[in-house]
Design a binder for this molecule. Structure first.
Ligand code: FE2
Length: 243
């Protein structure tokens, strides 16, 4: 920060404090959050939008604290690495072997966390149901139909030991596949694209479901926004899908 920008920030402190006090606690970024190339995308609906299946407090903490923490840590790791900081997130994750070893694990965990959660929010906020059209045809063709996909997705999520994610990936030709990853790893690290996925870290469900991860996995389908997933499917086939 330059001296003049520091003065500007200091001069604005009373106003900033007033703004911060007027915002809900979950929406306040950590005080030490640095500016950087990556930022927290806004939640595309109210935190209560996924009630009763996912409670508002879980959404607030998950988005405003957990996702923000990944963004903050990623920006911190990249602050002296301008070329890496300039890469789109999916390209950074596909080039982890080019990231200096001193920051590689930090970038892997936090770029992965940022990418996974940036995918996660938009594919929720819906009313569940089933995919339609071309996407439904792909589910039938590649995953044995909606019911089988749901059963196998839930089993894969329940079987993911510890923390991680369960995903449906989409290839450029539209082919779908079911997979899981530990921690904040993502198929983007293998140059693949994610159609949709569910977070099976305890922070995603513990307030409401405690240790009942299978119950959370089953309930999650009630909030999937298939319109957004269909948009991701079209973008993947067009080669424009990022994270
Ligand atoms: Fe999460």
């Amino acid at each position: 920060m330059t001296p003049s920008s520091r003065r500007a920030v200091l001069a604005g402190l009373p106003a900033l404090a007033a703004i911060a006090l007027s915002r809900p606690a979950w929406a306040q970024a950590p005080a030490a959050a640095p500016s950087g190339p990556h930022s927290l995308p806004p939640l595309p609906y109210a935190p209560s939008a996924n009630e009763p299946h996912i409670d508002a407090q879980t959404m607030e903490i998950h988005h405003g604290r957990h996702h923000q923490a990944y963004v903050t840590a990623l920006n911190n790791a990249l602050k002296d690495h301008g070329q890496l900081a300039a890469l789109p997130l999916h390209e950074l994750l596909a080039k982890l072997d080019e990231v200096p070893e001193s920051i590689r694990t930090t970038v892997r965990n936090n770029a992965g966390g940022h990418a996974n959660h940036s995918m996660f929010w938009p594919v929720m906020g819906g009313r569940g149901g089933m995919p339609s059209g071309e996407l439904a045809e792909a589910v039938n063709r590649d995953l044995g139909g909606f019911d089988r996909m749901k059963t196998e997705f839930n089993a894969a999520g329940a079987g993911r030991f510890g923390s991680g994610w369960v995903f449906v990936t989409v290839a450029r030709d539209g082919k779908l596949a079911l997979t899981t990853r530990p921690n904040q790893d993502t198929p983007l690290m293998d140059g693949q694209r994610v159609l949709f996925g569910n977070d099976v870290w305890e922070h995603a469900y513990y307030l409401k479901y405690q240790n009942r991860r299978p119950e959370y996995l089953n309930a999650w389908w009630n909030v999937v926004n298939w319109d957004r997933v269909a948009e991701r499917y079209a973008a993947a086939k067009a080669g424009t899908l990022g994270v």
